[in-house]
Design a protein around this ligand. Structure first.
Ligand code: SF4
Length: 331
């Protein structure tokens, strides 16, 4: 098992979970006892930092007490994230934890990075200063938005991709983002968490969630009826056609929405699968395919039955494209 300082730095390790399982107090005590007030404060801080700075932040870990509080703050931060009931916030938190870990890993010895790869079951070995990772693991975790990660653009030796530490750490970041997001997705927040962190959860939702209906000009206020209709269908928990998904992603991308913002719209769909949706979004926005697809015209949307003709307004009669509608409605 790793030492306590390492578990505190990397609280998502299997060993860290094992430590928490054996050594942590019961949930009730963790949530209410004054002894763990510091752990609760760090848990909250972890999530706030993730949403504000895209990194969970660093704290002193020089004493055993500090290490224990840091380690316990991780499950608490996850509970608060789940308590927001907003998958987009949870995803942003997972990403920030993974980015923080990858920054720490860059200053660790190569042998330690190798250990971390084994944590994720990667088929990898270290030869001198370079890693050799089986090509199937490379494909599984390589960022898809950049052609530099494609197999053809890397040296492959006997089925193993040869990489420097930086490349392997980047893959670990992806593996960790997936691990944390998938784990969080399966968590149900204990009722007690809502009671203890109710005020913090409310504030986080108010400051960082952006439900369309409360966003005014930043939200769907200026969107054309067709796009509003798709969003309301998806957010009410109903499935929409492939063409409607395509129209929504291309529209949101064209007006400058970020990937998490686009994903958020799909998070309430009954068949929501983060990885799959993320892949589809990256394909449509050109990160994977190299082709940045444009939103379909009004004529195409009418052909697919996506234009809600009964909800068309005056502006609709003056435009031929949903993007033109959006631009004009902002004037
Ligand atoms: S006319 Fe065009 S912009 Fe208006 S709802 Fe139909 S497809 Fe959308």
């Amino acid at each position: 098992m790793f030492s306590l300082p390492t578990l505190a730095l990397y609280p998502w390790l299997k060993d860290s979970k094992e430590w928490v399982r054996k050594e942590a107090p019961k949930l009730e005590e963790l949530l209410k006892s004054p002894t763990y007030e510091r752990a609760r404060a760090i848990g909250h801080e972890r999530l706030l930092n993730a949403l504000e700075r895209k990194d969970i932040g660093e704290r002193s870990l020089s004493t055993e007490a500090e290490q224990i509080m840091e380690l316990l703050s991780y499950p608490l931060a996850r509970m608060i994230a789940v308590g927001t009931m907003d998958p987009s916030l949870s995803f942003r938190y997972a990403l920030a934890e993974a980015k923080h870990a990858s920054r720490l890993l860059m200053s660790e010895p190569l042998e330690f990075v190798l250990e971390m790869c084994k944590e994720f079951g990667l088929d990898i070995r270290l030869e001198g200063e370079k890693f050799k990772l089986h090509f199937t693991d490379w494909i599984k975790y390589a960022p898809t938005y950049d052609s530099r990660w494609k197999l053809v653009n890397n040296r492959v030796d006997g089925g193993y991709v040869v990489s420097w530490k930086r490349g392997i750490v980047r893959l670990l970041q992806e593996a960790l983002t997936r691990r944390i997001s998938n784990e969080i997705r399966l968590l149900a927040p204990p009722r007690e968490v809502q009671r203890v962190f109710g005020k913090q959860i409310k504030e986080i939702k108010a400051n960082y969630s952006r439900p369309e209906e409360t966003l005014g000009k930043e939200g769907t206020g200026d969107f054309p009826p067709c796009i509003k209709k798709i969003i309301s269908t998806v957010t009410s928990g109903m499935n929409v056609s492939h063409e409607a998904r395509f129209a929504l992603v291309t529209f949101l991308h064209a007006i400058g929405k970020s990937e998490p913002d686009i994903l958020k719209h799909f998070s309430r769909a009954p068949d929501f699968d983060l990885e799959k949706t993320q892949y589809q979004v990256r394909h449509i926005t050109g990160d994977i395919s190299g082709t940045e697809y444009k939103p379909p015209s009004c004529q195409k949307l009418k052909t697919f039955g996506i234009c809600p003709e009964s909800e068309m307004d005056e502006l609709c009669s003056q435009v031929r494209h949903p993007l033109t509608y959006y631009k004009r409605s902002q004037r």
